[in-house]
Design a protein around this ligand. Structure first.
Ligand SMILES: [Zn+2]
Length: 396
C-alpha cells in the first residue's frame, strides 16, 4: 500500500472539518466560509498537491478515502477490494472528483476495475460524480435504495440549477456557486496580498471548472435498487447494504461488512454537526440505534475522519434527540425560529457537554451550528413518514 505522509499529524484537521461541513456553514457568510477554507488549505499546504483524497487502510481490502477540502463539499469514499473488482461507496459532487479517486485507487490501492458504486443517499456531494464510473467503459452498477433513486431524479438537477443561476438564491444546505464566484472575483480584483490573491484565484478556478463541467448535468441514476437489504457476496466476505429507517434523508443506507467489522455510514452517522435539510429528526436517533446493534469496530463516515470507537455516534444520536425534543416543544408553545435560536443554546444542551464528544472546535462554531440546525429542522420536526417527494428548499 502507498505510504501517506501525514495520516494523523494535523491536530486541527477535525476542528476544521467540523466547521467546514456544508450544513454547519449553511447560514454562514461567504467571507466566513472562504476564511475557514483558506486557513484550512494553508494548514494542508505541504501535502495539498498529493491528491484530492487521503487514502488509508482500515482493514484487509478495506480503505477509507477522506476528501481533502475543495471549493465545494465532496463526500469521503469507502473502498472495498473484491476478488476481481472494486466497490466504492459515494461519488462526491462532480465527475472530475470521482475521476480523481478512480486514478488514486489505481495508483495507491489496486488495478482491479470498479464494478459497483453505492450511493448512501441522494445529496449532490455523494452522487453527482456517478457518471465518471460509467465513463470508464467498464461494466458498472450504481446501487442505492429505491427512495434515493427517486429523490436523485426529483431534486439533483433543479438544486444544481439553482446553485448555478445568479438570479436564484440557491439551494439551502449548499453554496450558491454563481454568486460566490462573483464575490470571489470582486475580492480577487481588490486583493493586494499575493498569498491571498493566489488562494482566491485557486477557489475561482475550482468553481469555474465545476460550473463548466456541470452546465449540462444529468444525474447517472442507480441501476440496482432495493427497499431494505441488498447483499453482495464475495469470496471471503459479504457486503450488506441496509436501510435502517428515516435519518439524514428518507433513503440513507449503510454498507456493513460483518467479517471486517466495518460500516460505511454516509451522513446518517458522521462526526461534526448533523444536517437536517432533508432529515427526519424524530426517527433519526432510533435509526442510529438500529445501526448501532450491528457488530462493527470501524465507522467510515461520509464526512470527517474514520472512527474507531462509538463516542461520536452516540454523541450525535443524543444531540439530535435532545435538540429535536426542544424544537418540538418550542413549536408547540408557538415559538418562532428566531425565538428558539435565542432560547436553545450550547449551554442549555446537555448532550453537548458529555466527555469525549466534540461536535465543533470553537464556541462560535458550536453556537452557529446549533442555530443552523434549528433553522433547518424547524419545518420538518413533525415529519415521521416519507410521502414520496421532498421540497426544493431554496435559501430565504
Ligand atoms: Zn454529505
Amino acid at each position: 500500500m502507498h505510504r501517506h505522509g501525514h495520516p494523523h499529524t494535523h491536530p486541527t484537521r477535525r476542528d476544521f472539518f467540523a466547521n467546514l461541513l456544508h450544513g454547519a456553514l449553511a447560514g454562514a457568510g461567504v467571507l466566513e466560509i472562504a476564511r475557514y477554507r483558506a486557513a484550512w488549505a494553508q494548514s494542508l499546504a505541504p501535502t495539498a498537491a498529493s491528491g484530492l483524497f487521503e487514502i488509508q487502510k482500515v482493514a484487509e481490502d478495506v480503505f477509507f478515502a477522506q476528501a481533502r477540502p475543495w471549493a465545494l463539499p465532496n463526500s469521503n469514499a469507502a473502498v472495498f477490494v473484491n476478488t476481481s473488482d472494486v466497490l466504492v461507496v459515494d461519488a462526491h459532487s462532480h465527475p472530475a472528483a470521482a475521476a480523481a479517486l478512480i486514478a488514486q485507487i489505481k495508483s495507491e490501492i489496486t488495478a482491479k476495475p470498479v464494478r459497483y458504486v453505492v450511493d448512501t443517499h441522494f445529496h449532490f456531494d455523494h452522487t453527482q460524480g456517478n457518471r465518471a464510473y460509467l465513463n470508464t467503459g467498464n461494466k458498472v452498477d450504481i446501487v442505492a435504495s429505491k427512495t434515493t433513486k427517486q429523490l436523485m431524479a426529483q431534486l439533483l438537477a433543479p438544486r444544481l440549477k439553482a446553485a448555478l443561476d445568479p438570479a436564484s438564491p440557491g439551494p439551502r444546505g449548499s453554496e450558491q456557486v454563481a454568486r460566490q464566484l462573483e464575490d470571489l472575483r470582486q475580492r480577487a480584483g481588490k486583493s493586494t496580498a499575493a498569498a491571498e490573491k493566489a488562494q482566491l484565484d485557486q477557489r475561482i478556478g475550482q468553481l469555474e471548472s465545476f460550473a463548466a463541467e456541470m452546465k449540462d448535468f444529468e444525474p447517472a441514476l442507480p441501476t440496482i435498487t432495493f427497499d431494505k437489504t441488498h447483499v453482495i457476496k464475495e469470496k471471503g466476505y459479504e457486503l450488506h447494504l441496509e436501510f435502517h429507517g428515516l435519518a439524514h434523508t428518507a433513503g440513507d443506507i449503510v454498507v456493513f461488512c460483518p467479517q471486517k467489522r466495518v460500516i460505511a455510514s454516509g451522513d446518517a452517522i458522521h462526526p461534526g454537526f448533523p444536517t437536517f435539510l432533508d432529515a427526519y429528526p424524530e426517527p433519526w436517533p432510533k435509526t442510529i440505534d438500529s445501526v448501532a446493534r450491528l457488530p462493527f469496530d470501524h465507522t467510515l463516515p461520509g464526512h470527517g475522519r474514520v472512527q474507531h470507537d462509538r463516542k461520536d455516534m452516540t454523541g450525535q444520536r443524543n444531540y439530535i434527540e435532545e435538540l429535536t425534543e426542544k424544537v418540538i416543544a418550542g413549536k408547540k408553545a408557538g415559538q418562532s425560529v428566531a425565538e428558539l435560536q435565542r432560547s436553545i443554546t450550547m449551554a442549555s444542551l446537555k448532550s453537548l457537554h458529555v466527555d469525549g464528544y466534540s461536535i465543533a472546535a470553537t464556541p462560535e462554531a458550536m453556537e452557529r451550528g446549533v442555530r443552523n440546525n434549528i433553522d433547518d429542522m424547524y419545518d420538518r420536526v413533525e415529519k415521521v413518514t416519507f410521502t414520496g417527494s421532498e421540497p426544493l428548499r431554496l435559501r430565504t
